[in-house]
Write a protein of this length. Structure first.
Lengths: 202, 434
């Protein structure tokens, strides 16, 4: 299933790239830009196995707040780095007859993505993909005590977005982002709003 | 016209996509479904626990090459009665193990159980009968005989039913009594198909039935200093279920680990004390090799060893518990440990022979990649130390080490392996003495 979804993404990416390059007006030549993309939104995360032993839930909602620094040389291609913070899932459990808990417990999994990203950017449509590490951040709340832990995982992301031009240096639009951390069995789809700011043009 | 850069961008997207796809393609191992065993056949049987009778039945057996089961199990199989009266049969071909329950009824012996391959999902059921005139009466009376015939019915997963006739060929030689088949990580790192997790209590209970006479278990330490049986310094999907508990083991207290963490097959992570108690009280295992992962826990491990030795004495059990010294840091921690009676805990040194001498290690255990090291091993044996080797998983390497002799016995008297069944099959078959 994961393979199927990823292959669809690859094919769709190729088709969209063709659409962007063939049907839209290219950027002005000889213009190099440094952009900041500020992205925020809500996401749905699914796990291949339940993330805790107290519940069989495998799909959760969370939120994302990321930023991309992109360098657009004299071409549609942009390259850059993405990072931020996102919460994949948060669960609360109470002691009860169906578990062996002794106190109120809250478990949360978040992450900081650190991705090398690539984006094809037309005047309106953008498609991109990123690959890199996720710093997974776990919180275990038991009563008033909190235990933090972290771990590194390899993963990838892909997105498609549309941008409305607000001014010469500012664009705004929706992004649909898919993320996969395969060795942890985690997938995420997020609906985001992206603000693009041209930091520098030369 | 599409520019060169545009075409290369398509290629880049494809490469990125393929990398993501490949990273998502981790295939699952096929589930092994061990068949239910019909125990009605063994109602009223009496388990063979008596050592004399066990010695009669233990041995190397051969089967007629014309039989269809030869293709699966080969022509030489080893039979060993476990201390609790269950019967184990090992076949090197296909790395098969069989575990059967039963015993004597009148002048016959009847066993029922299952067989399985360790490196494939193949499994099925098996019944074994020893008729009175084919050795059953002799075993019942405790009389040695070379006329032992085990008549087996082997059922495969597809329901076919085949005959397998095993004829006694040779005794298991005496020096095998002092040889240790040591299962890695409590039973074998290849435990995915076994339905139990490495370094778990169920794995320890299963290890003897896979052919192990000893186990190596790993000792990590919790935030509050409790020694637990766990291999890795951190929790990862390879070893534990769930996504919330991750990262360093030392981030969590023992109570948190006990409450929230389950191994990949659902077992809780045992403390070292629980593991040693299980080995002493619930298994016939004769040796435990403790692989200490953190210097800070060395003193606590020594104390646990001393307590376990006392428990074993009270239970009249002979279990040798060896503290492994795998690194210079653990060595230093062992030397610095201020524990009363620490000299009573045997030491297994994985470092050089000179270090083994300096701490008066009972066992010197070099890694197999350093080669056979005949002269060093002989020197250790002359000094009264035993020599083990780790970690042999390959049939050819096992055979090479088992050919090395010292005086009238084997030079290496212990082998750490992920395939105790394979080692058992090779070892017992190679030690035939008509």
């Amino acid at each position: 299933m994961r393979l199927f979804v990823l292959m669809i993404l690859v094919v769709a990416g190729g088709r969209l790239h063709a659409a962007v390059t063939d049907g839209l007006v290219p950027l002005d030549r000889a213009e190099y830009r440094l952009e900041m993309h500020v992205i925020g939104g809500l996401g749905a995360t699914w796990y291949t196995e339940p993330p805790s032993r107290y519940s069989n839930e495998r799909i959760f909602t969370g939120y994302n707040g990321n930023a991309r620094i992109m360098w657009h040389p004299d071409h549609l291609l942009g390259v850059g780095l993405m990072t931020g913070y996102q919460v994949f899932s948060l669960e609360r459990f109470s002691p009860g007859p169906d578990n062996d808990l002794v106190q109120e417990t809250k478990m949360q999994l978040g992450s900081i993505p650190i991705h090398a990203v690539f984006e094809m950017q037309g005047p309106y449509v953008r498609i991109g993909a990123g690959i890199g590490m996720y710093v997974l951040l776990s919180q275990l709340h038991e009563g008033d005590a909190i235990t933090y832990s972290n771990s590194l995982a390899f993963g990838g992301s892909a997105w498609i977005g549309y941008a409305f031009t607000l001014s010469d240096r500012l664009r705004l639009g929706p992004d649909l982002v898919v993320q996969v951390i395969s060795d942890r069995g985690i997938g995420n789809v997020s609906a985001m709003v992206t603000v693009q700011i041209d930091l520098l043009s030369y | 016209m599409e520019s060169f850069c545009d075409r290369t961008m398509n290629l880049r997207l494809l490469i990125i996509g393929v990398m993501m796809a490949v990273s998502g393609c981790v295939s699952e191992l096929e589930q092994v479904l061990i068949p239910e065993v019909d125990r009605s056949m063994i109602v009223g049987t009496e388990r063979i626990i008596d050592t004399t009778k066990r010695d009669i039945l233990d041995g190397v057996y051969t089967t007629d090459e014309s039989q269809t089961t030869v293709q699966r199990f080969g022509t030489v199989l080893s039979v060993r009665l476990n201390a609790n009266g269950t019967l184990s049969i090992y076949a090197a071909q296909g790395i098969h193990t069989m575990l059967l329950e039963g015993g004597l009824r009148n002048d016959s012996a009847i066993y029922v159980g299952s067989w399985r391959s360790i490196n494939s999902p193949a499994t099925g059921s098996i019944t074994v009968v020893i008729r009175p005139d084919e050795g059953g009466a002799d075993v019942s009376r405790g009389k040695a005989t070379s006329n032992l015939v085990l008549r087996c019915r082997v059922r495969t997963g597809n329901g076919s039913d085949q005959a397998l006739v095993l004829r006694w060929q040779a005794k298991l030689t005496d020096d095998l009594r002092n040889f240790h088949i040591i299962a890695h990580r409590g039973g074998g790192r290849n435990s995915e198909r076994l339905g139990v997790s490495e370094n778990s209590l169920p794995m320890l209970r299963l290890a003897p039935y896979l052919g192990a006479t000893g186990v190596e278990i790993d000792v990590e330490v919790t935030k509050d200093g409790i020694p637990i049986v766990f291999h890795d310094p951190s929790f990862t999907p390879r070893t534990v279920q769930g996504s919330y508990i991750m990262g360093s083991v030392a981030s969590y207290t023992y109570q948190q680990i006990r409450q929230h963490v389950r191994l990949v097959n659902g077992e809780p992570i045992p403390t070292l004390q629980e593991a040693l108690q299980t080995i002493i009280e619930e298994t016939p295992l004769e040796l435990v090799w403790l692989d200490v992962k953190q210097p800070s826990v060395t003193a606590a491990v020594l104390e646990a060893c001393l307590a376990a030795q006392t428990t074993a004495q009270l239970r009249n059990r002979t279990v040798e518990i060896l503290l492994g010294i795998p690194t210079a840091a653990i060595l230093q921690a062992y030397r610095n440990a201020n524990v009363d009676g620490k000299d009573r805990v045997g030491v297994l040194c994985e470092l050089d022979p000179q270090t083994a001498r300096s701490i008066n290690a009972r066992v010197w255990a070099p890694r197999f990649t350093d080669g056979i090291q005949r002269s060093e091993a002989e020197q250790m044996r002359q000094e009264g130390r035993r020599v083990f080797v780790w970690t042999l998983d390959d049939r050819a390497f096992m055979s090479n080490y088992l050919q090395e002799r010292y005086r009238n016995g084997l030079l290496y008297t212990g082998v750490l392996t992920n395939y105790p069944t394979l080692l058992a099959a090779i070892l017992y078959a190679s030690k035939v003495t008509p």
